[in-house]
Design a protein around this ligand. Structure first.
Ligand code: ATP
Length: 284
């Protein structure tokens, strides 16, 4: 039996550059792994896939499927297909990452299964091979396999590792309600953004340690879309900023809002400023 952490991500920026001929959106996003994680344990079995999930710790956990639609299960099937062998696996999943929240909880689980099956069966597949398997499950899965701080382009699978950044504290506020990624992109297409984040400039500012300048440029083009469904997103941002957050922004397609902080005392103060579900974590 082995254990893998399935760590969540936040988007320091999220830009949409257009819709491609294959129907996917061309994106440009700076992604950051955070310490908040689901726990995934894997055990060899004679064949096939089984999944046991404990999602009692998160709101709306009962809506996450526990059959072949679960992204952890799908990842195991794609792994078996890639290897051309019935590498049986029993997956046990303990959810801590809120679902449909913009934190890539499902993609993180899929990535943990792919990394874990490689170890479980001692296969030594390369990171590129693991990412190829991950891309069959979802656009964010390759990033969740690699982790750290990355520029994510294409439909999310073209990854460039960025220079290590300061380990900021992170406070997450999860307003009530869920946003499906498909709905957010569809709504965005009807009214695309006219202002886009200066992604390359932000990368250069972070690399030189000029975080104040980078934070001023952070933006997520899906924020205005999410606000139409969950106005509390704006409220969380306002409260985080007036409690002293260095920056506050929605992650992914929302509705989770993150604040970055320098120390634990600031994180506690900022967390106390919102009345929604809140998590204190950090860059990983
Ligand atoms: P992203 O930031 O990539 O858009 P998200 O955080 O918004 O992701 P997820 O938590 O990955 O969204 O969940 C999206 C959908 O996937 C949910 O509707 C959920 O039911 C389904 N799902 C399937 N498998 C899982 C899983 N293992 N964990 C969470 N959700 C899952």
């Amino acid at each position: 039996m082995l254990k893998e952490f399935a760590r969540a991500k936040i988007n320091l920026t999220l830009d949409i550059l257009g819709v491609r001929a294959d129907g996917y959106h061309e994106v440009s996003m700076i992604m950051q792994t955070i310490a908040l994680a689901d726990a995934v344990t894997l055990e060899k079995i004679s064949g096939g896939v089984t999944l046991a999930m404990d999602a009692t710790g998160i709101a709306g956990g009962e809506t996450i499927p526990t059959d072949e639609r679960n992204l952890a299960w799908r990842a195991a099937v794609e792994f078996q297909k890639f290897c051309g062998k019935d590498l049986g696996v029993a997956i046990a999943l303990t959810k801590k990452i809120p679902a449909a929240a913009g934190l890539a909880g499902g993609s993180a689980d899929a990535a943990a299964v792919i990394r874990g099956m490689n170890r479980l069966y001692d296969l030594h597949l390369t990171e590129d091979e693991l990412c190829t398997i991950g891309a069959c499950v979802g656009s964010d899965v390759p990033f969740c396999i690699i982790g750290g701080t990355c520029l994510s382009e294409g439909r999310g699978e073209v990854l460039t590792r960025l220079a290590p950044v300061k380990k900021f504290g992170v406070v997450l506020a999860k307003p009530d309600g869920e946003i499906s990624t498909a709905w957010a992109y569809k709504t965005y297409d009807a009214q695309p953004a006219t202002v886009h984040p200066p992604t390359q400039e932000i990368i250069a500012q972070m690399a030189s340690g000029d975080y104040d300048a980078a934070f001023k440029n952070f933006s997520n083009v899906l924020e205005s879309v999410a606000l139409k469904k969950i106005p509390a997103v704006a409220d969380c941002k306002r409260k985080f900023l007036s409690a002293g957050a260095r920056v506050a922004l929605m992650s992914g397609s929302g509705p989770t809002v993150f604040a970055l902080t320098d120390d634990d005392a600031a994180a506690k103060r900022i967390a106390a400023a919102v009345d929604t579900q809140v998590f204190i974590t950090k860059f990983h």
